[in-house]
Design a protein around this ligand. Structure first.
Ligand SMILES: Nc1ncnc2c1ncn2[C@@H]1O[C@H](COP(=O)(O)OP(=O)(O)OP(=O)(O)O)[C@@H](O)[C@H]1O
Ligand SMILES: [Mg+2]
Length: 389
């Protein structure tokens, strides 16, 4: 049947209209997808390239850094895995425990398994951060350190910053050990502690991103006051390790370690203006171990630096026994002063507080956070503070 002219015109204009609508729709879809794609790509590049502001220190290299320091990158790829406990002095029991953790982490990385989250707690300067870094290097992972104290000042930005950390962590090819130092500063109880809305929201973001165990990142929390953690945090922890103050044997190893590092080695290498007078070094180190009771690994390492400085300050650059003794006496005095402050602070804190139901004996490792408070009590009752009560 022949088609009349008006209806033919109508069909043509309908087809033109249809093509125009389809074209415009396709264009809109194209623009939308392109915008989305650039957004995704942008976010990916941002996550890949930039170190999030909450991360203080990382072993992870950005593309820019890799281009800037090609030798450093090359060395890193050629380097053999280190001993996880090299230069870390721990009691035999703790050493065995953390060695097991190091082996398990290394094998998890090799087998692309799910990482276990760890909490390390104990007095300041006992090697928590030191071990966390060694653990990452030994396992072949990257590490990133953030500190709890940086979170609260971020206020509203905290949530975005926290998501950025985890977006960035999940793009790591080597797997990332995310170390949260002073974790109690922001992982506090949401119900009882007076925390701001912003901090609560940031904590919620953290909990959201750590709800499932991951094969991309491993969480290592360090704290001096783990009893202040929100219960949801406790629930995410798979392993709790107590870093204690060094006992006599460990102190002797620490004194030897730092005497070697800061005095003996530079003196024998002869590269620096440092010489050592004649005396029985080994006997001296054993003596010093007894004198430094109650001191942390950090305090003992600072002694090593003080001996070195004493030699540099002397006219002839020679370190003798009397100079060593003078620095030790100084360190002991300072340590006593710090313990006095701690005692006063402890007294104020515990005013009106109920004593714990039971006080575990020294050396007991608290293996559950329910008894995490025992650490604080141990510190006041059996710790170095008690030496001066
Ligand atoms: N167990 C240890 N073995 C060897 N060195 C140690 C040990 N503990 C502390 N040190 C020395 O003290 C320094 C500080 O230790 P580290 O930062 O690991 O302490 P920390 O437990 O993380 O303390 P904080 O709770 O204050 O963060 C180390 O870099 C190291 O020189
Ligand atoms: Mg630390």
């Amino acid at each position: 049947m022949p088609v009349s002219r008006p209806s033919c015109k109508f069909i043509i204009s309908f087809l033109v209209f249809f093509v125009q609508v389809a074209g415009l729709t396709l264009l809109a879809v194209g623009v939308y997808s392109a915008k989305n794609a650039t957004g995704v790509a942008g976010r990916y590049i941002e996550a890949r390239l930039g170190k999030p502001s909450l991360v203080r220190d990382t072993s992870r290299l950005t593309i820019v850094e890799a281009l800037k320091h090609p030798i450093k990158v090359g060395k890193r790829f050629m380097s053999k895995p280190q001993d996880a406990l090299e230069g870390v002095v721990l009691s035999p029991k703790l050493e065995e425990r953390v060695r097991d953790i190091a082996i398990a982490t290394r094998n998890t990385k090799k087998n692309k398994g799910l990482y276990r989250n760890i909490l390390m707690y104990g007095p300041p300067g006992t090697g928590k951060t030191l071990f966390a870094k060694k653990l990452a290097v030994h396992s072949g992972m990257d590490y990133a350190i953030m500190t709890g104290g940086d979170v609260a000042p971020m206020a509203r930005e905290g949530v975005t910053a926290m998501h950025k950390v985890f977006d960035w962590a999940s793009t790591s090819k080597r797997g990332l050990l995310l170390f949260v130092d002073e974790a109690d500063a922001f992982l506090r109880k949401r119900s009882t502690e007076k925390i701001s809305e912003d901090l609560r929201a940031t904590l919620n973001a953290f909990l959201y991103r750590t709800g499932e165990q991951s094969n991309k990142f491993m969480l290592v929390l360090a704290s001096n006051q783990p009893e202040q953690f929100d219960w949801a945090i406790n629930d995410r922890i798979d392993e709790i390790v107590n870093f204690d103050l060094p006992k006599l044997d460990e102190r002797e190893r620490l004194v030897r370690l730092y005497f070697d590092k800061y005095v003996l080695k530079p003196a024998t290498e002869g590269k620096q203006r440092l010489k050592l007078a004649q005396f029985d070094y080994s006997k001296k180190c054993s003596e010093l171990a007894k004198l430094t009771e109650g001191m942390s690994g950090r305090e003992i390492s600072k002694l090593g630096v003080a001996w070195q400085a004493a030699a540099y300050a002397s006219a002839d650059g020679v370190l003798n026994e009397a100079m060593i003794d003078a620095r030790v006496a100084d360190a002991i005095r300072q340590h006593k002063q710090k313990m006095e402050w701690l005692k006063t602070e402890g007294g104020e804190k515990t005013k009106g507080a109920q004593p714990p139901a039971h006080s575990p004996s020294e050396g007991t490792s608290c293996t559950c956070l329910g008894t995490g408070k025992c650490f604080t009590w141990l510190w006041y009752i059996f710790g170095p503070g008690s030496l001066f009560f």
